[in-house]
Design a binder for this molecule. Sequence first.
Ligand code: TRP
Length: 330
Amino acid sequence: MSRVLTGIQSSGKPHLGNLLGAILPAIELANAQSAPAFLFIADLHALTTIRDPAQLQENTYAVAATWLACGLDPERHVFFRQSDVPEVTELTWYLGCLAPYPMLANAHSFKEKAERLAEVSAGLFTYPVLMAADILLYQADLVPVGKDQKQHLEMTRDLAGAFNRTYGETFKLPEPVFREEVMVLPGIDGRKMSKSYGNTLDVLGDLETLHKRVKRIVTDPTPVEAPKDPQKCIVFQLYSVVAPPEAVEEMRQRYLAGGYGYGQAKEALFEALKTRFAAQREAYLHWSQDRVALEKVLQQGAAKARAEAQKTLSEVRRKVGVRPVAVSFS
Ligand code: TRP
């Protein structure tokens, strides 16, 4: 019985790269366990970069609708919004009091952000402590993440160990499950597909826009008649991750034979994207138009998460020497 847990950065509507690289594999890992998984939208983490409250909420709903559309079952798993469980910020404090300054100051992700950003907040600095609290609060066993989160997971284990040594055995040490980047999914300009490059494909959105984006995929000037190298073509690379294997093999032969143009390949790619994500697109439309339903799902998830969080936190409070929270003063 392994408890899977992961946090989802809510930096905007997920794209094809997020779906194939993170969301679908995490749901698969969650469904492979008999215990419910804990999956949450990390809106408190998003506050380190987003200052617009409407934007913060917009992103949360877009992410929630995407996970639900991708098949996450909120009855089976605990799907919630990080900020709906305020216990996490309290645990962040206790863990922060054990976090060595140099560990946080030397973290790659902090140094990288601190160099790039004009303003460096304490929130950015303690980002990994909040993440450790996210994981430890729910006593997670397995944490699926990208390789970029490796150090954050190491810090989580360090903080759990420090707490256990100081106050006695309390936290489980979580195991990271790194996503195998089989290949870096290219965006429409050939660089890694990423929101920050503006080169993404939104496969759950409107089809006309998707069609236009597919047509804009960068290709070389090889003429239609000439044979082409499939491996060097972004259209083929994308097709090969969304189309059935036989169809991919067929396209490969067409590239090699010549007489097959990039325009035709793009049409085939568009059709493949349309088919592959048809059910998800419909479900996304449904969820994104019903905020009341989304809120209901998230709040039911939060109630389940909070019960678990309060169990851990009351033990933590007792161990560090803080009195239980007074229920009333009567
Ligand atoms: N920092 C993670 C990311 O950028 C998101 C995240 C927040 C997370 N809390 C977490 C991931 C807890 C796993 C567990 O992807």
